[in-house]
Write a protein that binds this ligand. Sequence first.
Ligand SMILES: NC(=O)C1=CN([C@@H]2O[C@H](COP(=O)(O)OP(=O)(O)OC[C@H]3O[C@@H](n4cnc5c(N)ncnc54)[C@H](OP(=O)(O)O)[C@@H]3O)[C@@H](O)[C@H]2O)C=CC1
Ligand SMILES: O=C(O)CCCC(=O)O
Length: 483
Amino acid sequence: MQTLNDPQLLRNHSYINGSWHASENQLMVTNPATGEVIAQVSDAAVGEVDLAVKAAKQAMPLWSSLAAAERAKLMRKWFDLIIEHQEDLATILTLEQGKPLAEARGEITYGAAYIEWFAEEGKRVYGDTIPAPSSDKRIVITKQAVGVVASVTPWNFPNAMIARKAAAALAAGCTFIGRPASQTPLSALAMAELAERSGMPPGVFNIIVGDDARGIGEVLTQHPDIAKFTFTGSTQVGRQLIAQCASTIKKVSMELGGNAPFIVFDDADVDAAVQGAIASKYRNAGQTCVCTNRIFVQSGIAQVFTEKYKQAVAKLTLGNGLTEGVNIGPMISPQAVANVHELVTASVSLGAKVVTGGELLEAGSHYYPPTVLSDVTNDMPIAQQEIFGPVAPIITFDSEEQVITLANNTEYGLAAYFYSRDIGRVWRVSEKLEYGMVGINEGIISNAAAPFGGVKQSGNGREGSKYGLDDYLELKYLCMGGI
Ligand SMILES: NC(=O)C1=CN([C@@H]2O[C@H](COP(=O)(O)OP(=O)(O)OC[C@H]3O[C@@H](n4cnc5c(N)ncnc54)[C@H](OP(=O)(O)O)[C@@H]3O)[C@@H](O)[C@H]2O)C=CC1
Ligand SMILES: O=C(O)CCCC(=O)O
């Protein structure tokens, strides 16, 4: 195990009501780069979730009644501590998740940016007045915290997904219970350690670690004392969790799967497009919901684009994320590698060609080489499913109209990208793409100031930006009579 400057950041119990809560059972956390067990963490039973709900409920009146500026002070302190401990937090993240250390450092600053952003934005939760229909009345609109918020987050961004949900919730005056993925609980617990050091009152920020995702999920989606449920993960699980939330009519936010098209028109700057596609495709070894899933290249430039893209891929280094110079780390599990390889072999059997990569390194390996396929068609499984791995399928197209139809032909609608230097086309294509986020001549679009989220079966709600607070606030209409 890598040494940390501050070993206290490596916590191994759930954090409930301002203290560390041990459970009877343990779950093992392993390093996907080596298979080594790096920690044993308390594995909370379903019955223990109630403790977190009680704590969060009890903390609500105090937290929601603080002035936004007072909440912001504590959140700012939390942000400062996260930045101060960035190197240790990044090391923990790489150890449990696998992404290269440089990317892990980036995730820590990215997650922290949401805390900083929302701490400030919480001061701007304005109400409204509306002209009343008669002169003896006044209509006033206030905004109030929704209540206790519960979240379930995935293993691909163990810090930032919790940070961006918790930041909005806390800034709005809600208290928070986070349940991280069982493969990556250490980053969440380190955040809890720093929340405690920041002076956050007990019960405001709770992290419950447990392997029983379904059982814990049932409590978090059905408990009457939880007002809002927010999830990042697969569309399949999200669909099920929305149904569970229906029993208590919770507010829900869902950030689900994607099938991002990356379109390169023949008027594009090809070198910039190659660079953007590399950044968007291979971030976190392709395990990101906004990663490029299908590269559409206009036929006239398909050959030159494919050749340049292949050359750029050849410069990527696969390996342990802690090793200097590595750009692509291990995948989260050998099963994830097997799933990706199956998509590649199925594509080849349907007529796709391997430009580079495409081979299983060894049985049971966590690693998959960066791969490029050409001659892919939009009806192949690889173009219809979320790949969640370092494979780039290239599909050629002839016309703008055709590529828009192909790009929209999916149940997903999270992120899309296109490269063009024609201003008319830029407007037309942006308007016609059925996606929540569109990168135009840009492969990396995520930041705290912008609304992150999707349409269609990629989910609902927005995270980050001035819109991100809306999901955690209720409007209250005050009708004042007798004036
Ligand atoms: N939109 C996104 O960012 C993500 C999309 N995905 C997509 O999903 C695929 C599968 O990945 P996977 O990790 O299995 O994604 P899941 O959607 O299964 O997992 C995401 C989170 O939900 C938890 N979870 C799983 N099942 C339930 C349930 N029934 N009730 C409550 N919580 C549950 C998981 O816990 P635990 O891990 O402990 O089982 C994890 O914390 C990927 O290949 C990718 O396509 C995956 C992750 C993130
Ligand atoms: O859901 C994901 O895959 C994480 C979001 C990545 C991002 O914020 O860019």
